[in-house]
Design a protein around this ligand. Structure first.
Ligand code: 13P
Ligand code: SF4
Length: 317
């Protein structure tokens, strides 16, 4: 439990954040995996797709992106004239790191007659070698819009790629990357939870391995899982994605029970993204106060990366 001192500090930080936000005409955006106290003060919470869409249409002067680096970069590429800040410059993404831009360029060059689809969890330099960016919220829809015989390479997440191949009947050639959080959920641990909670439905993010996708009641992006839980009639859910999403699930469905799924080797009952959790309320405050840490994207790379991101936004309308 928080002490009075800690509670007072949090209240002061929240007040200061509100004041600075008005003063700077700033918009605070947060991904569902952010700490609860950041989701609480955010102006907008969403999955990667919703964050990109919101960034593209905001009239704020400053965007403070509480998530990981590629989310800030996507916002900056879409809004080059705005100041885009992130609370912690070390908040990266293991999945984006599993795709080195030069190696990816060689992979693309080795498949000259292929359309290149990249997951949004990539660096701007990888997006610059891409024809269409997708998120887990629109990937299926976008792949299905392409002609059935179109040759496609997809990177970097092999689990999402396998999921997309299975639901679309395509044979996309996959890059062999993964996220250190989602790739660490195991079928055994989830099966054990299901035995203890037989009535619980299993919600799985498509970055999880194929066996977990196969036992899921619903596979989807964070927003899709949230939407499913809101509309579905079950009372209990096993949530197989980063545990930050439970905050919004519990807020939207106060009468339901949401159980966080543990990682394969974890002693605790959850699975957190260390990068997402680097952001804190204090860092949000300091970012607004000191205009740090500003996202800068090389203009040549940004000019190439903006095309597949805009194509994604058009194709997912
Ligand atoms: P969503 O687009 O589903 O929010 O996923 C983002 C992410 O980083 C998943 O690990
Ligand atoms: Fe990247 Fe995985 Fe963290 Fe999502 S959960 S930001 S894919 S490391």
């Amino acid at each position: 439990m928080k002490t009075d001192g800690a509670n007072n500090e949090a209240t002061n930080l929240r007040d200061e954040i509100q004041r600075l936000k008005k003063e700077k005409n700033a918009l605070i955006m947060a991904h569902y995996y952010q700490r609860d106290e950041i989701q609480e003060i955010a102006d907008f919470i969403g999955d990667s797709l919703a964050l990109a869409r919101q960034a593209a249409k905001t009239d704020a002067d400053v965007i403070l992106m509480c998530g990981v680096h590629f989310m800030g970069e996507t916002a900056k590429i879409l809004c080059p004239d705005k100041t885009v800040l992130v609370p912690d410059p070390e908040a990266g993404c293991s999945l984006a790191d599993s795709c080195d831009p030069e190696e990816f360029a060689r992979f693309v060059a080795a498949h000259p007659d292929h359309t290149v689809i990249s997951y949004v969890n990539t660096s701007a330099a990888v997006k610059a070698h891409t024809d269409i960016v997708v998120t887990s919220g629109n990937a299926r829809k976008i792949v299905e819009k392409l002609p059935a015989d179109e040759k496609i390479i997809f990177g970097p997440d092999r689990n999402l790629g396998e999921y997309l191949n299975s639901v679309t009947g395509r044979f996309m050639t996959l890059w062999n990357g993964a996220c250190h959080v989602h790739d660490r959920f195991s079928l055994d641990r989830i099966a054990e939870m299901k035995r203890e909670h037989p009535g619980a439905k299993v919600l799985v993010h498509p970055e999880c391995r194929r066996p977990l996708q196969l036992i899921a009641d619903k596979v989807g992006s964070t927003a899709a899982l949230l939407d499913f839980a809101t509309k579905d009639d079950a009372q209990e859910y096993i949530v197989v994605t980063e545990s930050g999403i439970l905050f919004e699930m519990r807020r939207k469905c106060p009468g339901k029970t949401f159980l966080a799924a543990p990682a394969e080797d974890a002693e605790c009952q959850c699975n957190e993204c260390d990068y997402m959790k680097l952001n804190t309320l204090r860092k949000v405050y300091e970012a607004l106060r000191d205009n740090k840490y500003e996202i800068v994207v090389d203009p040549e790379i940004a000019a190439k990366a903006v095309r597949p991101i805009k194509r994604m936004l058009e194709m997912s309308e």
